[in-house]
Structures are given as C-alpha cells and as structure tokens.
Ligand binder design. Structure first.
Ligand code: HEM
Length: 495
C-alpha cells in the first residue's frame, strides 16, 4: 500500500522537480517491473503452451507406482483433475495423454511425421514381432493383407472358425469350472491359425504351440517404453528363444506348403499368400519376413480375441438374461436345430452384436494407444514437445461422462440408440481410428461373434461363490485374471 501511495504522490507531483532519490527509485522499480513482466509473460506462455504436468513426489521415478499399479484408474483420476490433456513422467520418459473427442481427434488425425506410431511401439514390439515393424516393406505387407481379409474370405473362414471352436468345446466336460481366459486363448489361436493361414500352418500350430504364442503376446510389457534395452536384455533373450521355437514350426509348415504350391495344389490360404507375394520391386518375402508377419498377425489376433471373448463370458455370466437372449436369437436366425453359422446371417444377430460392442466398450484390449511426438503438436491451445510419448486411452474414452450415468454398467442396449456412423467418432475406438485403424477389425469381430455365439449355443455360464475377476495390467494389452466360471452343457447341445 505504501508503494501505491508513493506512486500516487509521485504522479501528482510529477510536474514538480523530482529529486535524485525519486529518479533512482523509479528506475529501480521500472527495472523490477520489467523483469517481473518478462518472467510472468514467459510463465503464462508456458502455462498456455504446455499441458498441465501431474507432479510427482519422487522426482526421477515419476508416476511409475501409480501407473504400473492401476494405470487406467490413474489416467481417469488425472483426467478428472487436469482435464483432457495432461502430462506425467515415468523415469526418463514423458507421457502426454489426450482424452475425449476433441483431444483424441488430434491423436488420430495428426500426420505420422508429427505423431508416429512405429517409433512409439518399437521398444515394445521389435523384440517380439521382429525388426520389420515400421519398415517400408511392412506397409506393403499390411496392404497385401486385403487378399486374405475380405468378405469373400470371411465367408470361407466362418465354417473353419466354427469347426475349431467346436473342436475345443468337445474337450470340455459336461459341467466344470475353469479359467476362461486360458480356454479362449486356445480357441482364438486355433481358429485364427486355421482360417487365416490354412490347414498346414494349423497342423504345426496345434494346442502345444499356444503357450509359445501366449508368451509372445504377454511379452508386450510397458517396461520397454521407460527402460533402456540393455536393462531388459535378459528378458529379450528368453523372447529370442521362444521366437526360435516358433520359427522351427513355421519352417516345417513352409517346406510342406512349398511342396503343395509346387504340385499346383495351392488352396489359396494365408501362408501361400505370403510365400507367393512379391513386393513392388519384384522381390519375394524372405522366410524371416514371413515369420515376423505371421507372429504379428497371430499374436494380434489371439491376444485381443481371447481377452474380449473372456470378458464377454464374464459379463453374460452375471445375468442369465443375456445368455437367454443370445441363445433365443441364434434359434430365430439359424432355426431350432441351430444350423451351422453362416457369415451373411450374422448381421441378423443383433443381440450378439450389442453384447460384443458393449464388451469392447468396457474392455477394449488396447487400453492405451501410443505415438511418438517427432515434431511439436498443438492440441487445445497446448503444445506437446518433441520426444513425448503421446497416448490415447480407449478404456478412458469409453468411460467418460458422455456415456451417461450408467457408463460403468454392462448395458448392451445402449447400442440401440448409439450412432455408430458419427463422423470422426473418437469416443468409441476399440479398433483405433485413422491411418492405423485395426487391419483385422472385421476378422476380429467375426471371431468374437463366433466364439460367444457357439459357446452360448452349447453351454450356460455362471459365477462361483467368491468370484473375484480382476485385470492384470503388467502388459500393454492387459489380461483378464481370475475369470474362473462354472460352465454346464445345455441339455439341447449336440456336441
Ligand atoms: C478384438 C479384436 C481386436 C481389437 C480390439 C484390435 C484393436 C486394435 C487397435 C486399437 C489398433 C490400433 C493401434 C494404434 O492405433 O496404435 C489395432 C491395429 C492393428 N491390428 Fe488389431 N485388434 C483386434 C484384432 C486384430 C486381428 C484379428 C488382427 C489380424 C488379423 C489385427 C491386426 C492389427 C494390425 C496389423 C494393426 C496395425 C495397423 C496399422 O498400424 O496400420 N488386429 N488393432
């Protein structure tokens, strides 16, 4: 106050002669105000331009405990506290998370030279899927998948998928209790192998290969993002051993398939597709490249399908009304005798479709999608610096307030109202969006519908007393834990 009065006094006396002391004080204060102005301008600029930072009590370690413990709860809490864009650090890595429609649009729409997927996933995926991820050839391989992932092929795959599911179901006792995730991983592994890649590959990838493939899928741990590779080297060493075992099986299948192709009897399956494939420059795919793409596709397919179908069983075991609705719908669409499932009739199974959609909403297997910020990107007035790992969390987007008060509930009927055709919808993104939209979306949806429908056709499911299903967040595609359900063969089952 004294200072203000001094200045008022000074102003009113300005015309009067100023003393040396006055001049010195004005000069000193102007300098101070100038410095304060400059710093506060810079500060407010920083506040505007950088996303809010989630402080950590332990400076170097950052949010490692919160994130690795209950990552999705942590992200949800941060969203409630800091809004739709915020950053935090884990060890030396800085993460910026984008939540909700507007922020996520930036995530999915920004050009890959700014937000790059392969550079973000590389530390996690390269040891598992091989070095080809992100390589120019990899994009050609992905484009070439159209010839094994299209409607004509899905029609062909449907009876093969059903056959493999029935093969696994026949091995179940009439009544029992078991870990559904283990079971669905086996089902997903056999059905995707047999349909996408053909009978020869399926022969060499029987039930005995499931632990190897599961090991690969479960090795997608987030530690690769925050620790240098030398620190996790021993872990990679084990991975290399598993890849070698898988490679031996692929080699056997390759040789057998080569004989089939040479004899002119190629049935046009996925393995043959890759063996016959030519890059734009005319080169053939090497055996190693075939191994990498097969591992990528099988791991992408079995892990996600196994997880989502397990959660679907978890949810429908909570209330038999959904099991009855699916079962009755199967009868309406395929007749009382439950004829084999036909691809073109699956769209008439609308209850089944809603159950799958709602499971994917509550339990999207890819809970967090990643991009590496290569060039600074501005979102909602805040600039994400180069070097950040930028994240979009489908799990969180699927549970924010726009989903209504019952957003934590399993309610498939919400999809009766929901407009799936909304342009640029980033609120519901179980398969991602934009340039990296899941290549296997249709095949994944087909597998999920087939597994749930076929299991409900033959069995009923209920939860045992003290049922305690949880999530294991130790991999970047978190797994269901303790989904141990009681199953019982329906009296009508013809298995
Ligand atoms: C329930 C099933 C599935 C779900 C929920 C799912 C989810 C996703 C998501 C969210 C992405 C985008 C990743 C990102 O943007 O960073 C993705 C990409 C991908 N998915 Fe799937 N996926 C499923 C099944 C499959 C299947 C069956 C295949 C293979 C046949 C597959 C192959 C791929 C590939 C190759 C990519 C990378 C695409 C690219 O980067 O261009 N997925 N998936």
């Amino acid at each position: 106050m004294e200072l203000i009065y001094y200045f008022i006094d000074l102003r009113t006396n300005l015309s009067k002669q100023m003393t040396m002391v006055d001049y010195t004080l004005v000069a000193a204060l102007s300098t101070l105000l100038g410095i304060w102005g400059l710093t506060s301008y810079k500060d407010s600029n920083l506040r505007i331009s950088r996303p809010p930072f989630v402080p950590s009590t332990i400076p170097f370690v950052g949010q490692i405990a919160a994130y690795l413990g209950e990552p999705m709860e942590f992200v949800m809490e941060c969203y409630k506290k800091y809004g739709s864009v915020f950053s935090f650090n884990i060890l030396t890595a800085r993460f910026t998370v984008l939540v909700g429609q507007e922020a996520s649009e930036t995530f999915f729409k920004t050009h890959t030279k700014y937000l790059n997927a392969s550079n973000a996933y590389k530390p996690v995926t390269n040891p598992i899927f091989g070095e080809e991820m992100g390589h120019a050839k990899f994009h050609q391989q992905l484009i070439s998948l159209k010839s094994i992932l299209n409607i004509e092929k899905y029609r062909e795959y449907t009876p093969i998928v059903e056959d493999q599911i029935l093969y696994c179901l026949r091995k179940l006792e009439d009544k029992g209790q078991r870990d559904m995730y283990q079971f669905t991983m086996t089902v997903a592994s056999l059905e995707s192998g047999a349909s996408l890649f053909g009978p020869i590959l399926r022969k060499h990838f029987d039930e005995s290969a499931v632990p190897l493939l599961s090991f690969l899928s479960h090795s997608l741990t987030p530690v690769g993002l925050v620790l240098p590779s030398w620190m996790i080297y021993p872990f990679f060493w084990k991975l290399r051993k598993v890849r070698k075992q898988i490679k031996e099986r692929v080699n056997l299948a390759y040789e057998e398939k080569q004989k089939e192709i040479d004899s002119g009897n190629d049935i046009g399956d996925g393995l043959g597709h890759f063996m016959n494939y030519r890059y734009k420059n005319g080169e053939k795919m090497t055996k190693n490249e075939i191994l990498d793409i097969l591992i990528l596709l099988v791991a992408s397919a079995i892990h996600t399908t196994g997880i989502v179908s397990t959660w679907a069983l978890h949810y429908i075991s909570q209330d038999e009304k959904w099991q009855d609705a699916i079962y009755n719908e199967q009868k309406e669409v395929f007749g009382d005798e439950l004829a084999p499932i036909e691809y073109d009739k699956l769209d008439q199974c609308t209850v089944l479709d809603r159950v799958v959609k709602e499971t994917l909403r509550l339990r999207p297997p890819s809970v967090m999608l990643l991009r590496s910020c290569e060039i600074p990107v501005t979102v909602k007035g805040m600039t994400i610096p180069k070097g950040d790992i930028v994240c979009c969390a489908p799990y969180v987007n699927h549970r924010i307030e726009t989903w209504g008060d019952d957003r934590e509930e399993f309610n498939p009927d919400r999809f009766l109202e929901y407009d799936m055709t909304k342009p640029n919808n980033c609120e519901y993104v179980p398969f991602g969006r934009g340039i990296h939209l899941c290549t296997g979306q249709q095949f994944g949806t087909l597998s999920l519908r087939m597994i749930v429908a076929t299991m409900v056709r033959h069995f009923t499911f209920e939860r045992p007393p003290n049922y305690n299903a949880t999530v294991d967040f130790s991999t970047i595609i978190p797994r269901p834990k303790n989904v141990h359900l009681i199953y019982e063969r329906r009296p009508t089952s013809t298995l």
